[in-house]
Design a protein around this ligand. Sequence first.
Ligand code: ADP
Ligand code: ZN
Length: 617
Amino acid sequence: MKLSTPDEVLRKVFGFPTFREPQEEIIECVMKGQDGLVVMPTGSGKSLCYQIPSMLRPGTGVVVSPLIALMDDQVVALRQLGVRAAALHSGLDGEESRAVWRDLHGKQLDLLYVAPERLLARGFLDQLEEVGVNLFAIDEAHCVSMWGHDFRPEYLGLAVLAERFPGIPRLALTATADPPTRREIVKKLRLNGARSFLTSFDRPNIRYRVYPKQSPHQQLLRLLRRDHLGESGIVYRFSRKKVEATASMLEKEGFRALPYHAGLSSDVRRRAQRSFVTDEIEIIVATVAFGMGIDKPDVRFVFHLDPPKSIESYYQETGRAGRDGLPATAVMLYGLQDIALLGQLLRSNDSSDERRRIEHLKLTSLLGFCETTRCRRRVLLDYFGETNGSAGSAGSAGSAGSAGSEGCGNCDTCLEPVESWDGTREAQMALSAVYRTGERFGQGHVIDVLLGKDTSKISSWNHDRLSTFGVGRDLDRRTWQSVIRQLVAAGILIVDMDGYGGLRLGADAKKVLRGETQIDFRRDPRPATKPSKKKGIVALEAPEDRELFEALRALRLELAREQGVPPYVVFSDRTLIEMAAAKPRDETEFEALHGVGAAKLERYAEVFLAKVASYTE
Ligand code: ADP
Ligand code: ZN
C-alpha cells in the first residue's frame, strides 16, 4: 500500500478518523526534520507522533526504549496493523537478531526498537548509518534525568546522537511533567533547538475517589463487585506482606488475581505481568515495583488500598488506568495508621535536612489532597502547576484541561459534594482528652474517654474522673475517628510510631486549645452502594448488545491466544463496543469502525462479521 500523507496513514493503517491535539503538529515538525520534546500524559497518543513519520520518511525510524517487554508489546501491536516493525534486544537469540539485521539492510523495516545500551554498543551506530535512519524517538526520555524517578545512566550516552546524526530529527517523549526534569532532558540530550509540545496533564476519563479506610478488603470487594466485575485492574499495597494477603483474599473470593513485588523472582514477576497483559488474570496486586513497562490500554481501575508516598506517585500509578480513553476509576483508601506510618518513615529517614524538608512538603500535599473538599482533579492539576485548566507556561501547544475552577464533575467531591463543619469545639475536646490522659494513649482509648465508655482501662487509669470524660457523647465513634485522623493529617496531633501508637500534641495544638484558630472538618462520605453511572462500556444499554459485546470479547481472546499476543492488539475495547452497537453487515461497514485499518480488515473482518451475523439473525 502506497501511503503519502500522515492523514492517510492515520485512517488506512490505524483506522482512526482524526488526530488528537497536538499530534498533527508534532508529526509535521518531525517530517520537516526538526527536533522535538513531547511532554504529554500517559494515554494521550505519543507513539503515533514518531510511528507515522517513520513510515513516511525514507529509511528506518529508531525508537529507544528502556524495557524489553514494552518494546515487544509495541512491535506486536504494530505488526497487527501491518506495519513493518522489529526490536533488537538481549531477549533474542542469534538467528532472530540476524533476521532483524537482514530486514534492516534490505530496507524492509519502518521501525526498529532498541534498548539504549544496545544502540550505543560498539559498531551499532556505524551499521545504522549504512542502513539509513529517518528519525530517532527517545521514549521515556525522563530516564536521562537524575532528578526524576527512573534515572538510567545508559540514557546519558544518547547525547552522542546529536553529533553522529546531525541531520536526523530526534524526538524525546515523556509523561513526566515537572520543569526541572524537562530542562534536564533538553540539556542532557542536546535538544537546544527543539520545539516543545506540552499539553495539559489532565486525564479526564479517570474518576478519582478517596475514602477513609475502614476495612480495606471489604471496601475493595464491595467496589469490585459493584463497578468492575470482569474488568482489568491494579491494586496497590504498601508492603509485600499486604500484597500477598490481598492477592490470596481475592483468589478466595473468586477473582483471578496474582501478586507482584520485588520479593518474587524475576521469572514469577514476568509471568504475572504477562498473565495480566494477556487477560489470563484480571487483577494484579502489587507494590510500587509494578507498573513501569505496562502499556495495557484497558486497565479499568487502580485501587490504592494504602496511600502512595506523594502526589507524583499517585498521579503516575493512577495514570495506568484508562489509557484507551474509556472511563476508568482510581480509588484510594487512607487511614490514621497510614498517615502515621508515612510520617514515621519521613522522620526515620536519615537523609539531608533539605531532602527531608522536600519529603515533608510532599507528604503534606498528599494529605491535603486526601482531606480536600475541593475538586480532586483541580488539586492535582494545581499541584503540577496548571492553573485554571491551562497547561503550565513552557509550551507551544498547550491545550486546556477540562477541570476549570468550578470542578470537573468526575471526582467524588464533585459528584457528591462534601460538607465541611466547624469543629473548633470538637477539636478542643479531642486535644484536651489527649493532653489530660498524658499524651500516651492511642486513638481507641482517647475516643472511649470522649464517649464516656465504661472500660477496664478507663477505670484502672481513673480516666472517668477527667473533665473530658464523656464530653463527646454527641458524636459517634466513626466521627471521632474522622476528627482525629484530620487533626493528625494537619499535624495538630502526632501519632507516636516508636511506641504503641500513642497520640500527642503537635505544634499548633496550643493555638487550637486557646481558641485562636478555627478548625473546619470534612464530613466523611458514606460509601455508596448503588452502581455508579458509567459511560463507555456500560453505554451498551440493551442487554442484547452487551451479550454480543461479551461474545466479541471471547472471540478476541481466542484469536489472541492462537497468536500468542495480548487481546487488546487484536482490537481495542472501544472497537468492540462500537461493533456491538453498530452491528456491521459487510466489509464497508466494518471498515468504518474505530481502529479498523487495512490489515485488520483483511485479517479479522470475516470472523467478526460472522459472529455479529450469528447474533443478529
Ligand atoms: P502514550 O504513549 O502517550 O501513553 P499511546 O501512544 O500508547 O499513548 O496511545 C494511547 C491510546 O490512544 C492507544 O490505544 C492509541 O491507539 C490511541 N490513540 C492514539 N492516537 C489516537 C487518535 N488520533 N485517535 C484515536 N485513538 C488514538
Ligand atoms: Zn472534580
